[in-house]
Design a protein around this ligand. Structure first.
Ligand code: ATP
Ligand code: MG
Length: 545
């Protein structure tokens, strides 16, 4: 998870940074840099020094004082604000840096995609009230759209969960790629898009059907997985209800667990639990999965055969919206090798205490926008905009004097872009069997000139040199391949590197006064008169409209 940025890669990173910098400046943000190594005291003020897990790299200096390597910079920037912004007259402000970050990721992988040391653009806005903070947030969300449009990648801005802060002001910018880690939910018939944590599974519109079957115990031996039980019983997975047991711990002042409460979540057999949604229910903010031993002690039965009927001891039952409307369903019997069929709410078990949306949406669910059905695609998160409110300013007592002369905590927002993740995402989205296909805007070079046989033919060398000088002069980021490689090897290298435009100049075509243009995405090369190759390239590269 720690890398050298080699010359070609660094050129890409610099172009990404330049686009970000230009648009951030245009949006009114101001660049600074904050330390990579930061004093622990600031992180102790917000409690993150203790609370953040091992992802936060903690180090000590020669005097045994604690420091951290910045994974992000809310504490330091809030400290800057409380020193520098004394009055509402100095607000709003948006400060950003393009800087090295370190996160001791549990699973660094896919190279720059999830590194431990990486470059992030992080910005932080400071406002005098919530309305103005929301305007700053929208301003950044707009700037992000401009930035991502300029990268030349296919992306979606998706609504994301804003955690304990609440409100709807959190969006992720996702580059669409089949290999992406994140599931993006969208509606093909509207502009609704959300990540899987956030996307709401609407309450079904139908009412619960009447019970038709009698309660029966069946014994499909050794089957615990819902799918296996359904297959054995010859029923659809949608008729099954699965049980997930979670636990909440109450602690005393010393942080010791004094009581553990188990809760039973019920989901349709083909649905998956959504932990973010569960964590938002009353009293479940700090839930965890129950252990096998805890489950056995409570249910007097091994996990795999659990259900909400005939409970050994009562416990709170939380049914997904879909489950609450099921009739004649199948679930575990709280007995090894036994399941119940024909189970009905109200008759065989009391109605669930809580009915809520606790599942991930699936393809084909009705869209919350009311305009169609949900579809799913994969994405790579490369940016995130987030309204923070007073989360950091209140705990760090970062205040300014408001119009009434009274101190008030700043209203904040934070905005990140994964600068080094972006090239990795661009490659995932744009490649073929021969190698990378860079979008023009972030390619290490926009164009390459490949002279064939320049060592034998002064005419080829002269023509290549002249075109190179002309394109350079016009501000094209062009490279001349003067290594003297054979054409096959030369072309294969540039296809692998992914330079979007290649111009070949060889003896044969030069005799008719022509060269060849071969865009990386095109099937074949196009012969172009040498005299017109410069205007031709100018047009291809969009230098002339
Ligand atoms: P993830 O869920 O992928 O771990 P995150 O939610 O932790 O990301 P943020 O804290 O929002 O990420 O950071 C802002 C941006 O920094 C992300 O959108 C992503 O592009 C980038 N980023 C985060 N972690 C890494 C990493 N380990 N390597 C490279 N880029 C990263
Ligand atoms: Mg992360």
């Amino acid at each position: 998870g720690i890398y050298n940025y080699m010359p070609l890669g660094l050129r890409v990173i610099r172009k990404v940074e330049a686009i970000i910098r230009e648009e951030m400046n245009k949006a009114g943000a101001i660049e600074l840099t904050m330390p990579v190594v930061q004093p622990a005291e600031l992180w102790q003020e917000t409690g993150r020094f203790e609370k953040m897990g091992p992802e936060l790299l903690r180090i000590q200096d020669r005097h045994g004082r604690d420091f951290i390597i910045q994974p992000t910079s809310e504490e330091v920037v809030t400290d800057i604000a409380r020193q520098e912004f004394k009055s509402y007259k100095q607000l709003p402000k948006n400060l950003y840096q393009i800087q090295t970050k370190f996160r001791d990721e549990r699973r660094p992988r896919f190279g720059l995609m999830r590194g431990r040391e990486f470059i992030m653009k992080d910005a932080y806005s400071f406002d005098k009230d919530a309305d103005s903070a929301k305007a700053s947030y929208q301003n950044m969300a707009g700037a992000y759209r401009k930035i991502f449009d300029r990268f030349g990648l296919r992306y979606r801005a998706v609504a994301a969960d804003s955690g304990a802060i609440g409100g709807d002001l959190s969006e992720e910018f996702q580059v669409i790629a089949a290999t992406g880690e994140d599931a993006i939910i969208y509606c093909p018939d509207s502009d609704y898009a959300a990540n899987i944590e956030k996307a709401e599974a609407l309450a079904p519109t139908h009412s619960r059907p009447a019970a038709t079957a009698a309660l029966q115990k069946v014994s499909p031996p050794g089957k615990t997985a819902c799918a296996d039980v359904a297959e054995l019983l010859g029923i659809a997975l949608q008729r099954m209800v699965k049980s997930v047991v979670i636990a909440t711990d109450s602690r005393n002042d010393k942080g010791e667990v004094i009581k553990t409460q188990l809760h039973l979540l019920l989901l349709r057999g083909d649905h998956e639990v959504n932990e973010v949604k569960v964590g938002k229910l009353a009293g479940l903010a700090d839930f965890r999965l129950a252990s096998g031993a805890e489950i056995e002690a409570h249910f007097n039965c091994k996990p795999g055969y659990l259900g909400p009927v005939a409970l050994n001891q009562p416990l709170p039952v939380i049914a997904d919206r879909e489950v609450a409307l099921m009739a004649d369903f199948v679930c575990g019997a709280n007995e090894v090798d036994a399941h119940l069929t024909g189970v009905n709410w109200g008759r065989d078990l009391p109605e669930a205490q809580v009915v809520a949306d606790i599942r991930n949406v699936v393809e084909g669910d009705l869209s919350p926008c009311g305009k169609g059905k949900l579809a799913i695609e994969r994405g790579i998160e490369i940016g995130h905009v987030f309204y923070l409110g007073q989360k950091y300013s209140a705990t760090m007592k970062a205040t300014f004097l408001d119009t009434d002369g009274k101190p008030k905590p700043f209203e904040m927002g934070c905005y990140g872009i994964g600068v080094t993740r972006l090239p990795a995402a661009a490659i995932e989205q744009n490649h073929d069997a021969k190698g990378i296909i860079w979008p023009d805007a972030i390619a290490p070079f926009t164009a390459v000139i490949c002279p064939v046989g320049a060592d034998r033919s002064p005419a080829v060398k002269d023509a290549a040199d002249a075109l190179y000088a002309q394109l350079l002069g016009a501000g094209v980021d062009v490279i001349l391949d003067d290594r003297g490689e054979r054409p096959g090897a030369m072309f294969a290298d540039w296809e692998l590197i992914g330079v979007p435009h290649r111009i070949t100049i060889g003896d044969k075509s030069l005799k008719d006064g022509r060269g060849e243009s071969h865009p990386r995405r095109a099937e074949a090369a196009e012969r172009v008169a040498l005299a017109t190759i410069f205007p031709f390239m100018e047009q291809k590269l969009g230098l002339k409209s």
